[in-house]
Structures are given as C-alpha cells and as structure tokens.
Design a protein around this ligand. Structure first.
Ligand code: ZN
Length: 492
C-alpha cells in the first residue's frame, strides 16, 4: 500500500516525508527501560507510541526491524556520571545479584507490555551483553581524538567535538550557554569540563558490575550502549531513533555526538520523541506520592485511583492524545476513556453482525472516512484525529443497528476494515486483551448463569427464568432476550 507518511523529526524540527534508507525495510531503534523497578505509566507511553509506529509501518507493507534495548548496566543515579548504578543499588537494597534484579523486572516489564497489547520488538538487546562492542566504540572515539583517558576512565571531549561538529543540535542547547551554566567541578576532577560525559568509568571497589578493558576494570557510560547496539543491529545509518522527550538531553544528544565522533556522521535519519505524562497536572514522582505502576493501575490498588483501569483503557487513553502532546492522567479522564473504548469495542463486535440490505444506497460519508483515518495516521501518527473519525464509524454502525439507516455490503466492508485493520492491527485495540483474568472469570460465570436460565425457559419454568434475570439485574448485569438468544451487558 503506497501511502505517504509524514513524521516530525526532532533534528530538523519539522514534519518530513518519510523516505526509507532501504526500499522495503525500516530500521527503528527505541530506548527501552532501565530495569530496576516496576513498569509504570512513564513506560506505557513510549511502549505504546512506538508500537503503533511499528504496526503502522508493517501495515503499510514495510518489513521492520524494531530494536528496543534493555538497560541493565551503566545507568547511574540522577542520570549522571557519578553515583551508584541504579540496578546495583536495587540489588544491594534487596540483597540480590544485579542480574536477578534485571531478570525480575525485565519479566515484569514484558508482562505489562503484553497486557497493553504492545508487540515484542524484533530484537531486544541488553547493554551487559554488548560490552565488547562498547569497548570497541570507546577505542574508535579515542582514536578519532574526541575522547581522553583520565585515571582509568574515558570521557568524551565535548569542547573539542564542538570545534568540528555541533554539540547540542538535537536538543537545541548551545554549548556556550552550557559552559556559563555549569557549576565548578566538585569531586569530578577526572573530567576536563563538567559537561564532558563518561564513555568508560573505572569501577570503584564497591562497584559490583565491572569488566576488564584497556583502560581499567570498569563499566560503560550509559549513553554508549545505544550507539553501540543500534550500529550493531541496524548499521551505521538507520531510519528512526525514538524515545521519551526526557531522554533527548543528555542521553540522545550524547549518543548523536558519539555516532558522529566515531563514524563522521550522526547516522539517524529521523529522531522521534514522545511527550511526557503528568498526573493531575503534576510530574510523576515518588516524593509526590503519585508514582503509579502499571500493576497498580490494572488492579486499582493505589490511593490516587478510584477504580482499576484495564490495560486496553490505558492504551486507548494514551492514543487519544497525540504522542508529541503532554498527557494528563486523572480518574475522570481515564473513566471517560473507558466509556469511549467500550462504545468503540461494541461497534467492533456489532459491525460483524449488522445485516446488509442489497441495493441500499452508499452512505455518503463512509467512503471518505477510511481515507481521512489513514491521512491522520500518516500525518505524524495523529491517533486522536484517527480515533475521532473512528467514532463517526461507530455512529454509523449504531444507526444501522437501530435500523435508522440501511447499509450495503460494500459500505459494511469498509466499516469492517476501519475497525479490523485500523482499530485492531494498527492501533492494537482489542477486546480480548482488555480483559484481565478477573473479567474473563466474570464472563464465564455470567454465561453459565445464562445457560441455566435458558434451561429453565426450556422447561417452561418462567418463575425461575425471571428470578435469574432479576438477580442478575440486582448485581448490575442487564440481560436482553433476542432472536439469536440472550445478550448481556454490565449496566452503567
Ligand atoms: Zn538509549
């Protein structure tokens, strides 16, 4: 399917027509989580954003190699060059091996992503599995003259780099401003300037994760892994690099500098950044008491939550905002998303069973609707606009269901494509996935009860049949007898 796709490129600060490096194969690299704690809301947004990008490319007929890494070493506290490794710290506090921490939280992250219907990436490399590649990259940057060794550590020489290339082009920071804004170096004597960043750090005696290198027994700097692993799996030049806006500086800026210093070019054609999530207008943070993990959202077990929210509600809620806009979580907003999703998913089901009227005239808006939806998705993944058009399709399904309008087979097929291909394949909305195991149990039980009622009716035991109906109603389950059998819904 040949469709023009426009993406906003952080590097050029404008929407650009996407042109792949290789005609049929798109390479995407996305910074994944540092696995030292439970997956939280902050992980859901990039997870879902780049999942839709992945799905959209595949739907448009591209082969995609989607690489999303796991950071399991080198990410120090406060995203800085000093302090404890985040994973090692967690391991110390929980008296575990660092790789036990990594394993446990990687599994939990995968589990949360699966519930959100986020497809697994094509490759999920770990930083600790690519130490050799990272050491080779440090050597290349040293050989190119853009790094220096200092007491067993190696630092990137930002000032030297800036004389030949521009440091700060991605985040729009100007190095002169950075120099005037940096405080005097305290306890970081190994560096020439405070804005230089570590490529390799000599391990202090208490640092438990370390590897031999030409410079010291140590560990790689946090930014290095993404340069090394994206090059290994996608080549020196690749199409798209994504991540959260919070990673733009310093992480991606440093990555871009490392690429340029080692290969003479940045190598990434489109940089994409999803915006952040706030909670009731505030930044999410442990100290604010509004740090919500995905498990807490799914179960409702958090003082800030009025109820549980299904993974599909979270997914739908995230897609109802454009990925470059901020998104504010609140109970009211999530409840609105829950209602909207329910309506949408009902139409997913109904569209399959609405009856076709042969010779019915085409419904005017339907033919254009599909185009409008694809135009929105291909306009820098404008999922909120696409969803708003999908609600127009929902209305049409409902009108056909209410018999206010008749539909012909062609129009019905378009509506089915809108829900199946756009809603299901690209946006990843589905009914099954939205069901927690609890809802599956409820479904099974209600169906069993309805079965008994059917039996009562077959035995002409009307009293029993009515009793079952009334009891169900009392606990919030409405049942409706139809020609086909019996339908049930949870009342509002
Ligand atoms: Zn990264």
């Amino acid at each position: 399917m040949a469709r023009d796709l426009y993406l906003y490129n952080t590097l050029t600060r404008k929407k650009e027509l996407f042109k792949p490096i290789h005609p049929d194969m798109v390479g995407i690299y996305v910074c994944g989580p540092t696995v030292y704690g439970d997956a939280h809301l902050g992980h859901a947004r990039p997870g879902i954003t780049y999942d839709v990008l992945f799905r959209l490319f595949r739907h448009l007929g591209y082969k995609v190699r989607y690489v999303r890494n796991i950071t399991d070493v080198g990410h120090l506290e406060n995203d800085a060059d000093t302090g404890e490794d985040k994973i090692a710290k967690k391991a110390r506090l929980e008296q575990l091996e660092p790789m036990e921490v990594v394993q446990a939280y990687t599994l939990r992250y995968h589990d949360a992503m699966r519930k959100l219907n986020v497809l697994p990436p094509s490759i999920e490399p770990r930083a600790s599995g690519h130490i050799i590649e990272q050491i080779a990259l440090v050597q290349k940057i040293l050989d190119a003259g853009f790094a220096y060794e200092s007491n067993g550590s190696v630092y990137f020489d930002v000032e030297k780099y800036n004389t030949q290339h521009k440091y700060g082009i991605l985040s729009g920071r100007v190095i002169d401003d950075m120099i005037s804004n940096t405080r005097a170096l305290d306890g970081q004597d190994d560096k020439h300037s405070s804005y230089d960043f570590a490529l390799w750090k000599k391990a202090s005696p208490e640092h438990i994760m370390h590897w031999p290198s030409p410079w010291s027994e140590g560990f790689p700097g946090w930014h290095l892994e993404c340069s090394a692993m994206s090059e290994k799996y996608l080549g020196e030049e690749f199409d798209i690099h994504g991540g959260g806006m919070d990673l733009m500086f310093p992480h991606h800026e440093c990555e871009l500098a490392q690429n340029t210093a080692s290969r003479g070019r940045g190598g990434v054609h489109y940089w994409m950044h999803n915006n952040m999530i706030t909670i009731n207008g505030q930044k999410m943070g442990k100290s604010l008491g509004n740090f919500i993990t995905l498990d807490e959202l799914f179960s409702g077990r958090h003082p800030k939550l009025e109820q549980p929210y299904s993974p599909m509600t979270i997914r739908f809620f995230i897609l109802q905002a454009h990925y470059r806009s901020t998104l504010d979580f609140s109970n009211e907003a999530l409840q609105a998303a829950e209602k909207g999703l329910k309506r949408m998913l009902q139409a997913f089901k109904d569209v399959k069973t609405i009856s076709v009227t042969d010779g019915a005239p085409s419904i005017e808006q339907i033919a254009g609707l599909e185009t409008l939806i694809y135009d929105a998705l291909c306009d820098d993944m404008n999922t909120p606009i696409a969803i708003s058009y999908m609600f127009d399709a929902v209305k049409m399904v409902n009108s056909v269901k209410d018999k206010t309008i008749a539909i012909n087979g062609e129009d019905k097929a378009i509506l089915e494509r809108i829900f199946g291909e756009v809603g299901g394949d690209i946006l990843g909305l589905s009914d099954d996935n939205s069901q927690s195991s609890d809802t599956k149990i409820i479904d099974g039980l209600v169906n069993m009860i309805i079965e008994s009622r059917k039996q009562a009716k077959a035995n002409k035991d009307w009293a029993e049949s009515d009793r079952i109906r009334d009891r169900l109603k009392a606990i919030g389950i409405q049942i409706k007898d139809t020609k086909e059998g019996c339908e049930w819904t949870l009342s509002e």
